[in-house]
Design a protein around this ligand. Structure first.
Ligand SMILES: *Cc1c(COP(=O)(O)O)cnc(C)c1O
Length: 482
């Protein structure tokens, strides 16, 4: 274990960029070159080999040049907790495999539910991530919706529908598909100018769905959309859901850090009226993957995930068995990470760290607005910023189609070189570069350096000095002239 720590710290000390820049083919050769049937017979040698394969070419989220996805550098107490939990190898599915670990997880579920204001009957369970939390939320919604129907079943020809905006996470559609709700089960609700669910559009969509003979299982609002960080107007949506008798799920996989923000908690106003809530501690709480939870206002709803096995959690057992609440059986003690983080740093420090990321996004937005060679999508709400390189030339800005093409090409070139990793997405039918800022130690100067790399790559690509990495194939895929 000590050697592992040495190997890790030796590597971290020399890391200076988010990734090595090695090409896929070279890394394929490197990994394929290991003979798994010829053990090295020595942990130190195996660690050094793993370091050459893995650590040397890992993507490092703590590097300020990493500004791509919703990955965070990890709180060090959480890392220490992971060591303990893995060493003991606790499984929190039943009391007889976990004892205090179950009680600690349940304290954190209650703590989070209380931060959200979900009320005295709230309950929940840790999950592997937002995808699983959303799937379970939809499972509960499906079962609750069916139970509320006469005879507990849909009338002939009727279907269950889930309502979300076009900015909702894809795991909602995937969950609906896994639950057998059928193609088109997710009905798109209109948004306002800031890409937030429009309460009037929600009301109309519920009424339209019902008029067509279908049943609304749940509305999925998002508190922090993955691309734009948009926070749906939760209180106004809860009003509509309350009035029309529809279940409200809030996906706060990204925005959950606001629960502990001392300056922006109000952005989540209304979350206390959610029927269920997804929180990803491994995003805005700076926890190592995986650390996530599903919370519900009425703990009784979790019974839809319960199955009693004679050998594991027999009916009537009077001890807390978390498997009764979970889609998983054997499950890591991922709550220990959050526990140790709260006991070391405290919730305010976590919230301050997320606030620092949001403040940085506002500064980056200012810098981008002042740059005549970029287009900016919109003012950030949380910590993502969307922009594209579109420089002014003698005859005005380069054509939009060229700027479209540059997005993917710039992103690929940066990734290939390894100095910076940025993301790309499509919003409003156009490609954009995306910066996701989730490192509280990253400075405005750090991001300026990334923007300088974007400019340099864009200029080179426009000059044709660097061949378009994906050539006409990408152009065709993205429907723009090469
Ligand atoms: C990241 C994300 C998810 C999925 O969470 P995972 O932990 O990656 O499974 C769901 N919803 C939103 C809004 C997200 O940003």
């Amino acid at each position: 274990m000590t050697t592992a720590l040495d190997v890790l710290t030796d590597r971290v000390r020399v890391v200076q960029r988010p990734r090595s820049g090695a090409a896929l083919e070279d890394l394929e050769d490197l990994v394929a070159g290991v003979d798994l049937d010829a053990p090295l017979g020595d942990t130190t040698a195996a660690l050094r080999e793993a370091s050459r394969l893995y650590l040397e070419h890992a993507v490092w989220f703590h590097e300020p040049g990493y500004v791509a996805h919703l990955n965070c550098p990890v709180a060090v107490p959480a890392l220490a907790a992971d060591l303990l939990a893995s060493a003991v190898n606790t499984s929190v599915d039943t009391w007889d495999q976990s004892t205090t670990a179950t009680l600690m997880e349940r304290r954190l579920v209650a703590w989070t539910a209380q931060r959200a204001g979900l009320g005295p009957a709230a309950d929940g369970v840790f999950t592997s991530g937002g995808t699983q939390s959303n799937l379970q939320a939809l499972l509960l919604a499906r079962e609750e919706a069916l139970a509320a129907l006469p005879g507990g079943a849909l009338p002939p020809g009727a279907r269950l529908r889930v309502l979300a905006t076009d900015q909702g996470h894809f795991s909602v559609a995937k969950g609906a598909r896994l639950l057998g709700l059928g193609d088109g089960a997710v009905v798109t609700v209109g948004t306002d100018a800031r890409h937030r669910m429009d309460p009037a559009a929600l009301r109309a969509a519920v009424l339209r769905t019902r008029a067509a003979g279908d049943v609304v299982a749940a509305v999925v609002a998002t508190a922090g959309t993955t691309d734009l960080g948009a926070v749906d107007p939760l209180a106004a949506l809860a009003d509509v859901c309350g009035e029309l008798g529809v279940r409200l799920h809030v996906d706060a996989a990204y925005g959950c850090g606001l629960l502990v923000s001392r300056r922006r908690r109000h952005l989540l106003d209304g979350v206390e009226r959610a029927d269920s809530l997804t929180v990803d501690f491994h995003k805005s709480f700076f926890q190592p993957v995986a650390s996530s939870a599903l919370l519900v206002r009425d703990g009784a709803a979790l019974r839809h995930a319960t199955h009693h096995a004679a050998y594991l959690n027999p009916r009537g057992e009077r001890v807390p068995n978390q498997v009764d609440r979970s889609l998983q059986t054997t499950r890591r003690f991922d709550a220990l990470k959050l526990w140790l983080t709260l006991r070391t740093m405290g919730a305010d420090a976590v919230g301050d760290a997320f606030d620092a990321c949001i403040d940085l996004a506002a500064q980056v937005h200012e810098d981008l607005l002042a740059d005549p060679d970029v287009e900016v999508h919109s003012a950030p709400v949380l910590s993502t910023v969307l922009f594209r390189y579109r420089p002014a030339g003698p005859g005005g800005r380069v054509p939009a189609a060229t700027a479209d093409l540059l997005v993917g090409a710039v992103r690929d070139r940066l990734f290939d070189e390894g100095e910076a990793v940025v993301a790309r997405t499509v919003v409003g039918g156009r490609p954009w570069l995306k910066l996701t800022l989730l490192n509280p130690a990253t400075t405005r100067e750090d991001v300026r350096a990334v923007l300088a790399l974007v400019r340099e790559a864009g200029q080179d690509l426009l000059r044709g000095a660097v061949p378009h990495p994906a050539g006409p194939a990408r152009a065709e895929r993205e429907g723009v002239p090469a």
